[in-house]
Design a binder for this molecule. Structure first.
Ligand SMILES: *[C@@H]1O[C@H](CO)[C@@H](O)[C@H](O)[C@H]1NC(C)=O
Length: 379
């Protein structure tokens, strides 16, 4: 059992108490408590944190019917990759001027791309992983960015892929940009929604994952005509697809986020079906479904931690970031929640990305109108 509580202070989340216990059956045989506090913390917030900690400790002792000495550290639990909020990122949060729908990070270039929506706002803001502001794009070829993905294959000049769900002349397609926002190519048919495969058309394409090989996985879409998972070759020929709306295996209802692991498995957040579906990336064969973790709220994002041990899945309506245990090769099994970060109400986390070097997690928050950085604990 775990809780992570956040207090809110001057419109930003500034502190977290992480309280973790583990046990077998009804016997709690281990517990650990730790605290992370921002340097910006003010005295009032300290009091809130301190009193919450004391209450939690008292609660635990009551539940155990014992006092302090039986609390002991369990390093197994401490090694779990829980995250803490990095309040120093970005250094100029006032630059967020719209609703933040997507975020993408590249560890080689040390850059974070943030996609936002709104009238007369730059659709993409670029920061360093240290939080310095680099640039705002001037392009007029973006309407309503949804998913954003940095493809690089190890280069320090990643190109930027964005899915656009707008209804105007630049909408309903997927675009590749240079790092500074020069349009390089359009996948699909700009401005014309549809289900065609030749030429390709999309309707509210939700997200794209581009492999180092150049092969692409597209989820299409975010509540439009289509409910498809499409794999394209580097030359943009359809290699395989699943395109039926429904609740059965390999059918979708709002396929919203997609990622590919190192062992040829494609993971799709099948949002309105409240499940994650898994496919073989080479053949497209359906491998399994996880649903039991999402009875309360649907998965919106799916990404892997760099050690490939956990999936990071956000749930927008319950304002949660969940870490799910990644299954071993050859088995999908049932989903297991390893850890949850509870965000404040109305933050509405939407999509995420992870720095594959440091393990830092970036979260696009529609309600809070910002992107936030969380760094992993390694105790
Ligand atoms: C956007 O336009 C401004 C003003 O012309 C310019 O200074 C800036 O460099 C441009 N940004 C990018 C990313 O091209």
């Amino acid at each position: 059992m775990q809780f992570v509580a956040y207090t809110q202070y001057t419109h930003r989340l500034i502190a977290s108490i992480h309280y973790v216990t583990g046990g077998l059956g009804s016997r709690w045989n281990s517990s650990v408590m730790f605290l992370s506090l921002s340097p910006l913390m003010k005295r009032g917030a300290w009091c809130v944190i301190a009193s919450t900690m004391v209450s939690l400790a008292v609660l635990l002792m009551r539940m155990r019917g014992t006092i302090g000495p039986s609390l002991r550290h369990d390093h197994q639990l401490l090694r779990r990759p829980l995250f803490k909020l990095d309040l120093s990122w970005p250094k100029s949060p006032e630059l967020f001027t719209g609703e933040v729908f997507g975020v993408a990070v590249n560890q080689h270039a040390g850059v974070v791309y943030v996609a936002q929506r709104g009238d007369n706002v730059p659709k993409v803001l670029v920061f360093t992983t240290d939080g310095d502001f680099l640039m705002a794009w001037n392009t007029t070829t973006l309407e309503m960015p949804h998913g954003i993905f940095l493809a690089d294959g190890g280069s320090s000049n990643p190109t930027v892929w964005i899915t656009d769900v707008g209804d105007g002349p630049y909408g309903h397609c997927i675009k590749q940009y240079s790092p500074s926002g020069k349009l390089l190519q359009v996948v699909g048919t700009a401005g014309k929604k549809g289900s065609g495969l030749n030429p390709l058309q999309f309707d509210n394409p939700a997200e794209i994952f581009v492999h180092d090989s150049g092969e692409m996985y597209i989820v299409d879409g975010d509540g439009g005509l289509n409910n498809r998972l499409i794999k394209l070759s580097k030359e943009q020929e359809v290699l395989w697809l699943h395109g039926e709306k429904g609740q059965g295996p390999a059918q979708f209802n709002i396929p919203h986020s997609v990622t590919v692991d190192d062992v040829q498995r494609v993971w799709v957040a099948d949002r309105a079906n409240k499940r994650i579906q898994v496919f073989n990336s080479v053949t497209g064969e359906w491998l399994g479904t996880w649903g039991s973790c999402f009875t309360e709220d649907a998965p919106y994002s799916v990404r892997l931690t760099p050690d490939k041990k956990y999936f990071v899945v956000v749930q927008l309506n319950t304002n949660q970031i969940s870490l799910l245990r990644a299954p071993p090769v050859g088995s999908i099994g049932q989903c297991v929640v390893a850890s949850v970060i509870q965000l404040a109400e109305e933050v509405k986390p939407h999509l995420v990305d992870l720095d594959l070097e440091t393990g830092a997690l970036y979260v696009a928050e529609i309600g809070a109108q910002q992107a936030q950085k969380f760094t992993p604990f390694s105790l």
